[in-house]
Design a protein around this ligand. Structure first.
Ligand SMILES: [Fe+2]
Length: 274
């Protein structure tokens, strides 16, 4: 059976997506992550998104919504993101409790579907979480699910979303936390007809790579940022960010990263780890 179309069709066939990631919210909204109050930075991000007044059809969130695995942190997320008044789809990250999210989000207004179908594109949300460790791993059934979705809707271009970037970002410390079976993942991706984009979070920085005609994009966090190209753990003083993507009927797409306009969030640069 074909999955339901949960997104209203646009007359011109384009689909616009707001991508946010790595909110790292706590049950106690007063708590900081390495010097940044993650609730405040999340709220500021949402207000900037509203202020930009741009059109988008749904919101994709690629994991680490929580920093403490708590029900309250997910309730905070659902309550705050509702201000955008758009459908929200998610996948878990290494700081999340995936089973808990799938259990409670349906009652909190967050979609739990993993295959978002639109007239010309489909979006497939995967789970690379290995509970309570920072690195990722893609199980065979996740790859089977991508093959299944591709086979079920062979006429649509494909975006795969997953928390861990299956490419090295050339930061030695962060590259130990990558998707550990990324070779298996990427070998599968290369066999998927119409796959155009792999979209991730986890690395808390803007990142772009392309190989075999597949673009790999990582989007900044709404909380702390990691300094690119750092051998050792290193924070960046650049502000929280998000990404807008526009997908066209001919299989092409455009992407733009935005940052908080007036960044007031400075992390504790003495932090030695994450
Ligand atoms: Fe994260």
């Amino acid at each position: 059976m074909a999955p339901r179309n949960l997104i209203p069709d646009n007359l011109d066939g384009t689909i616009r997506v707001l991508h946010i990631s790595d909110c790292h919210l706590y049950a106690d909204s007063r708590r900081d992550l390495l010097g940044v109050n993650t609730m405040d930075s999340f709220r500021s991000t949402l207000l900037d998104i509203i202020a930009q007044n741009r059109e988008y059809d749904f919101i994709a969130v690629t994991g680490d919504l929580s920093q403490d695995y708590s029900v309250a942190s997910y309730e905070h997320f659902a309550r705050e993101i509702a201000i955008l008044k758009k459908p929200v789809f998610f996948l878990p990250g290494n700081h999340d409790d995936g089973p808990l999210m799938y259990k409670i989000f349906g009652n909190l207004g967050i979609n739990v579907e993993k295959n978002v179908i639109t007239p010309y594109w489909q979006f497939i949300f995967l789970n690379s979480e290995v509970y309570a460790v920072p690195h990722g791993w893609i199980e065979k059934r996740q790859l089977d699910y991508v093959r299944f979705c591709a086979h079920r809707s062979p006429d649509k271009y494909i975006v795969v979303l997953v928390h861990h970037m299956p490419q090295l970002v050339n930061s030695a410390w962060l590259d130990t936390q990558t998707m550990h079976n990324k070779e298996e993942f990427n070998a599968c991706m290369r066999t998927i007809p119409n796959l155009k984009l792999v979209l991730t979070g986890h690395v808390h920085q803007e990142f772009e790579h392309e190989e075999y005609g597949i673009k790999y994009l990582a989007t900044p966090s709404t909380s702390i940022q990691f300094a690119p190209l750092s051998a050792n753990f290193s924070l960046d003083d650049i502000g929280p960010g998000w990404r807008y993507l526009t997908f066209y009927p001919d299989g092409t797409f455009e992407s733009e990263v935005c940052r908080l306009k007036n960044n007031i969030f400075t992390p504790n640069f003495d932090s030695g780890g994450y």
